[in-house]
Write a protein that binds this ligand. Structure first.
Ligand SMILES: Nc1nc2c(ncn2[C@@H]2O[C@H](COP(=O)(O)OP(=O)(O)OP(=O)(O)O)[C@@H](O)[C@H]2O)c(=O)[nH]1
Ligand SMILES: [Mg+2]
Length: 368
């Protein structure tokens, strides 16, 4: 079992001959909404290992009851009112977190009294890079026309809308028709193959969609033996060479794993040559969110020589700074498609919606 895995309460363990059988047993015992925490092959011990096939172990638990979704902008209103109260010396029933006080005071401070509307200044305080502020101000003015929002909350709602629109424009522009091969690219060791395994597991195991895997070599050999083992367990064929002649049914998802390459123009150019035979593809740049923002921006810049369609952030179990995701997405002009955290399959692999990401960003800052 991977070292980071911590089983939750009420976790059940099923061992079966095939992934399909294991899933059926999980669903019988936990219900159709069972949350799959981990899927892995298990081998018999000792000599028996020589003749017995690997079996499949699945850890699953019941879904968490839906928590009351907090309206983060409402939360912000409350905090602003509290701040106003605090600034006027009125009694504030609940003390504001110091970072929020600092943030709001900075927004109102003379040194920040630039042209940018207060909502943009709040985002700058939340970690947005100044280079994105200008675009936001321009977009906000377009959205606003002649009217002015009445308060900071309305402004925040508007800036959220602007960011979501922008994101959707990136997504529409990058979208490929049909069912293109999904390819993971990125620097060495950022978590490409792990993310790919999770994605395949979600699609084949949980959604029962047919899939096929390619573990291709690049300038370096692709040593990810665990991808082949995982494919075998999922009963997904794993190829080692790309062949156009291979007759893959149209509804089959195709996933391609390549070894990492350093973020240099020469290495990326060489990688482009390896991507060419795949035709139009869904090329996802995988980034480790625990890296410094400058490094992530540099990787996004260099890899953008490829026809990228989206970004996947891994290691979200080690870094939860959402401003990085916004800053890289806006700089690369690409949507973040998935966030992936941890080493269990398919645990912590979530598709990303810009609205939710914005609310989580505000809410994370609010909570300090
Ligand atoms: N904590 C944590 N570890 C991860 C995560 N994703 C991957 N890892 C670990 O990081 C290491 C590298 O992961 P891989 O998926 O092999 O990385 P890769 O990008 O495919 O590597 P190359 O193909 O060699 O470039 C492995 O030990 C993974 O278990 C994650 O989200 N969180
Ligand atoms: Mg790999």
């Amino acid at each position: 079992m991977p070292p980071f895995f911590v089983p939750r309460m009420n976790t059940i363990k099923i061992i079966a001959d095939t992934a399909q059988e294991a899933l059926e047993q999980v669903q019988t015992q936990v219900g159709p909404d069972a949350v799959i925490l981990n899927v892995r092959p298990v081998h018999a011990d000792g000599v028996k290992r020589l003749w017995s096939k690997a079996r499949v172990e699945v850890l699953a638990t019941a879904p968490e009851p839906p928590s009351a979704q907090e309206n983060v902008l409402q939360l912000l209103t409350t905090k602003v009112h509290q701040l106003e109260g605090a600034l006027q010396g009125a009694d504030s029933s609940e003390p504001l977190p110091p970072n929020i006080i600092q943030m709001m005071q900075n927004v109102g401070a003379p040194q920040a009294a630039s042209e940018a509307p207060a909502c943009v200044q709040v985002l700058l305080e939340m970690g947005l890079l100044p280079q994105h502020a200008e675009m936001l101000v321009g977009q906000l003015q377009k959205h606003l026309g002649g009217t002015r929002p009445r308060n900071l909350i309305e402004e925040m709602e508007l800036v959220r809308e602007v960011l979501v629109d922008q994101w959707q424009r990136f997504a529409t522009r990058a979208e490929q028709p049909g069912l293109p091969a999904r390819v993971m690219v990125g620097a060495p060791g950022v978590g490409k193959t792990t993310a790919l395994c999770k994605w395949v597991t979600q699609e084949t195991f949980l959604r029962q969609r047919p899939a096929r895997l390619w573990r291709l070599d690049g300038a370096q050999p692709n040593t990810a033996e665990f991808l082949s083992l995982h494919g075998e367990m999922m009963q997904v064929p794993v190829e080692r060479v790309w062949a156009d002649s291979l007759d893959v049914p149209e509804d089959t998802l195709r996933f391609v794993d390549l070894p990492g390459v350093p973020a240099t123009p020469t290495a990326v150019e060489e990688l482009a040559a390896h991507l060419k035979p795949l035709g139009p593809a869904d090329v996802q740049l995988v980034l480790n969110s625990a890296y410094e923002l400058d490094l992530l921006l540099e990787q996004a810049r260099v890899f953008s020589a490829l026809p990228l369609t989206g970004l996947i952030f891994t290691h979200t179990d080690e870094s939860d700074d959402l401003s990085k995701l916004w800053n890289v997405a806006l700089a690369a002009e690409l949507p973040v498609t998935f966030r992936s955290g941890g080493q269990t399959m398919p645990g912590g692999f979530q598709s990303v919606l810009p609205e939710t990401l914005f609310d989580q960003w505000v809410s994370a800052v609010m909570q300090g």
